[in-house]
Design a protein around this ligand. Structure first.
Ligand code: DLZ
Length: 200
């Protein structure tokens, strides 16, 4: 059955030259893990290599904008340092945060370009207080600000659900057969990462 919702049939994009980061919150881990796996699956299917996928975590969704911003900045710093002949080892010995390390170091230690797209993943589940509304609003605006300020596409992988069941459904773990939304986010990252090169 055709559905009205969703991005429609997307052309396929070649992700083989792309570098993508996934920054995810750890709250509501069971749902998060599935969403991250879905995003990674479509990145790999589009040709993004394992070596070019970096996964970093932050405690909760509120920390996502900062995490995304720092991961991207660290990747830019590393790229410009390697262009200037500063080795990854020199750079890492002078940078102290985990976020910097994972964004700048490839498994082989080879120089890396900045990320072409970043997927921010979190699951906010509404509780009895206004906490949910404040965090959802702050994170949405924060992620938009990071992508417009930095010029790197930030894919909005924040589920804002009313209960756990809604979250499980959207991670492909529910009874309704709803697909894993993480897969859409992986596709969006490859599409925007590719288009950004043409739009630069
Ligand atoms: C505190 C909190 C609560 C109550 N609920 C969630 C949630 O459903 N999803 C989520 O990602 N994070 C939650 N957090 C944690 C905040 O996002 C944040 O990590 C803390 O307030 C510390 O800044």
């Amino acid at each position: 059955m055709t559905t009205i919702k969703g991005p429609g049939a997307a052309p396929t994009y070649d992700g083989s030259g792309l570098r993508v980061a996934i920054v995810h919150a750890r709250w509501n881990t069971a749902i998060i893990e599935q969403l991250v796996a879905g995003a990674k699956k479509t990145l790999l299917a589009a040709g993004v290599t394992e070596d070019n996928i970096t996964i970093q975590t932050v405690p909760g969704s509120y920390e996502l904008p900062f995490g995304v911003q720092r991961v991207y900045a660290a990747s830019q710093l590393q790229a410009s340092s390697s262009a200037e002949g500063i080795s990854a080892t020199d750079l890492l010995s002078s940078s102290t945060t985990d976020l910097s390390k994972s964004a700048t170091q490839s498994p082989s230690g080879s120089p890396k370009k900045p990320f072409d797209a970043i997927i921010a993943i979190g699951v906010l589940i509404k509780g009895a207080t206004m906490h949910f509304e404040y965090i959802a609003d702050a994170v949405s605006h924060g992620l938009m600000r990071v992508q417009l300020d930095s010029g790197v596409p930030v894919i909005f992988g924040l589920l804002t659900v009313l209960n756990e069941e809604q979250g499980l459904e959207r991670a492909g773990l529910g009874k309704s057969g709803m697909h894993n939304h993480g897969e859409d986010w992986g596709q969006a990252a490859v599409e925007l990462g590719s288009k950004r090169r043409d739009w630069t």
